[in-house]
Write a protein that binds this ligand. Sequence first.
Ligand code: HDL
Ligand code: ZN
Length: 415
Amino acid sequence: MTTVPQVSVASADLLAAVEQELNAARFIDVHTHLFMPALRNLGLWGIDQLITYHYLEAELFRSSRITPRQYFALSKREQADAIWNALFVENTPVSEAARGVVAVLHGLGLGTSDLGEAREFFASQPLDRHIDRVFELGGISEAVMTNDPLDPEEAPAWEHGPAHDPRFHPVLRLDRILNRWPDHWRALESKGYEADERGSSMDGVRRFLADWVRRMKPVYMAVSLPDTFQFPEDSIRGRLLAQAILPACREFHLPLSLMIGVRYQVNPAIRLAGDGAGKADLRAVERLCADFGENRYLVSVLSRENQHELCVYARKFSNLMPFGCWWFLNNPSIVEEITRERIEMLGTSFIPQHSDARVLEQVIYKWRNTRRTMAPILANAYGLLAADGRAVTREEIRRDIHRLFRGNFEKWIAP
Ligand code: HDL
Ligand code: ZN
């Protein structure tokens, strides 16, 4: 069979070629807070949810005299009105999160200064078809969820066996177990799983995890961890990780996602917006990868100062997959630095981004931004390669983008 010779892309054409291949590709969004509709509509969508995103709530309190107490006493619509006025009318929406709302409205073909028109549009959208349109505009085929088996609102929805939705993948989220055991062990005990305050018995936790893996069929297990996270550690969390979570991940061939570096509720008055960021001691990641080498890890760290170390550890441990530019890092100026050092140190063996979307339509702007930031970075990498003697073909660009935004994840979660 004659193979069509692959044509190298001229350096002057690299940026356009990369942009076209990024736009043509459909990504997997490996970490979001979106929900499939079958989960009793836990998912957030529409303009008032977009405007009251906790990123924008934090910005409101810097640009308005309204206090958190006054704000949280308002209705969702009144909250949106307050944020719209402060950040989109009285000031220019140039922050990443504010410009994102503008990009969503523009992407949906709506005016970007007419809140009333936007509300009428979203009120008229049938959700299921709207999801398909939004995913298409975001250039994603699937979104990975965050599912909490101890959330009193979500858990019952799973116990009714919601139908599988190919657009969404479940994840078993473990924060209540690993970070707040004293507050939640009784929930396990009340459901018939052996548990006590000291976390001395692991059998009950293992049975709980096994039951939820079988019920939820997650693609990985996940936990966010404080900047103070240590491992190994003589603590309930240390024991639960080593004796329950990691063995369960091995038993069900699931990766464990560790999102490390949160300073929880540094300002509780602003609720979900009240978390901060801190530099973590990544020797914990080193010990997990080294001492539990049969486990596979997805790791994202919240401190910009931890990014280079994470790349070094990824070079040491092939069971470590760095992913995303998480939360306060998901800004083009920082994404560029992180992604360039990952390409320099890891080639295409990492997962560049996730959206962390909490509101459905955010995938439109978060992935638009990723493509816009990624294109010159990849084109620059190929340009340097050409200058050093090796041009790339269109097919190689397509293959690399597939690996970065689909293949690495698909390989990681394959049983
Ligand atoms: O713990 C997490 O998954 C974080 O992403 C938090 O949800 C955080 O509040 C967030 O929304 N980041 O974007
Ligand atoms: Zn998240």
